[in-house]
Design a protein around this ligand. Structure first.
Ligand SMILES: C[S@@+](CC[C@H](N)C(=O)[O-])C[C@H]1O[C@@H](n2cnc3c(N)ncnc32)[C@H](O)[C@@H]1O
Length: 280
């Protein structure tokens, strides 16, 4: 299913550019990451769990060496791009629709002395501003869900990948047959009619002739993560309300509860999906 893209893209841009969202994500996640973490024990910090997701994805790129050209679509504050540049010596292009996040990304990248290896580009992942066959790897974390036309995102990724290139991403998804009433408040919050699924992403890849390398489903991590964010929000509420709008915090709190309920009710999925473009 696809929604009129420009409206959905505009909503995402407005949301991520808002000072409330910037303040919340920067304060709660620690300014590097805005994605679901992989938790090994209860009570682990959001920062550590979020870093683990990046580490586990990076380990899966074992056939790529220094100088590999990576495109991170929906790159947020660019924490993953800096990790890949620093730890794997990859050359990374961070593409993102939010100029507020891009500005912070550029600043953090400069402070980390990584501006030579990480470039930050404004753009929409439904219409990538790059030539065909420009990248070895396309990377995305919890970003594609924001598209009103995810098939188009796959087509664009396929277009900019070199033959044999890999697409690795995480995404909050819906499970097949998920209860519509359970999903409704989650979808309303992100202004979407549907989410992707392992099945639909697998189909898009197959239609483009891409091979599936791995699909690793970890829906429990979505519940772990949103529970950790909710706990953080509630326990730091007094401090947060001085920097973020209390009405935004309340909406966020309700939104997180809906995500947690939907996850516990088996309506949601999350995991790492990894595909390869054909060699010829
Ligand atoms: C949940 S955040 C994830 C950020 C980053 N991937 C991370 O893991 O920290 C979703 C990101 O997708 C970006 N985004 C949403 N729609 C987009 C679009 N159409 N084109 C490019 N970026 C988009 C948002 O600006 C935001 O940075």
């Amino acid at each position: 299913m696809s929604q009129p893209s420009s409206a959905v893209v505009k909503k995402a841009e407005e949301y991520y550019d808002s000072s409330d969202a910037d303040c919340f994500y920067n304060t709660v996640w620690g300014g590097e990451d805005i994605h679901v973490g992989i938790y090994q024990s209860a009570g682990e910090s959001i920062y550590d769990a979020s870093r683990r997701t990046v580490e586990q994805m990076a380990e899966k790129l074992h056939s790529w060496f220094s100088g590999t050209q990576v495109l991170d679509i929906g790159a947020g504050y660019g924490g993953s791009g800096r990790y890949l540049a620093r730890e794997k010596q990859y050359e990374v292009s961070c593409l993102n629709l939010s100029e507020v996040q891009n500005e912070r990304n550029r600043k953090l990248t400069e402070e980390a002395n990584l501006s030579g290896a990480v470039q930050v580009v404004y753009g929409n992942f439904e219409s990538l501003p790059f030539e065909d066959k420009s990248f070895d790897v396309v990377w995305a974390q919890d970003a594609i869900l924001h598209s009103g036309n995810r098939k188009k995102v796959f087509e664009e990724v396929h277009r900019v990948l070199r033959p044999g290139g890999e697409f690795i991403f995480t995404d909050p998804m819906q499970k097949p047959g998920a209860d519509a009433e359970t999903l409704k408040p989650v979808l309303e919050r992100i202004h979407l009619e549907s989410m992707g699924s392992v099945e639909c992403y697998g189909n898009y890849a197959r239609e483009l002739g891409m091979e599936t390398i791995e699909v690793l489903q970890m829906p429990e991590q979505l519940v772990n993560h949103y529970s950790a964010v909710l706990h953080n929000l509630e326990s730091r509420h007094d401090e947060l309300k001085d920097v973020c709008d209390p009405a935004y915090l309340e909406r966020m709190q309700n939104g997180l509860k809906h995500w947690i309920d939907a996850g516990k009710n088996n309506a949601l999925d999350w995991g790492i999906l990894h595909f390869r473009k054909a060699n010829s």
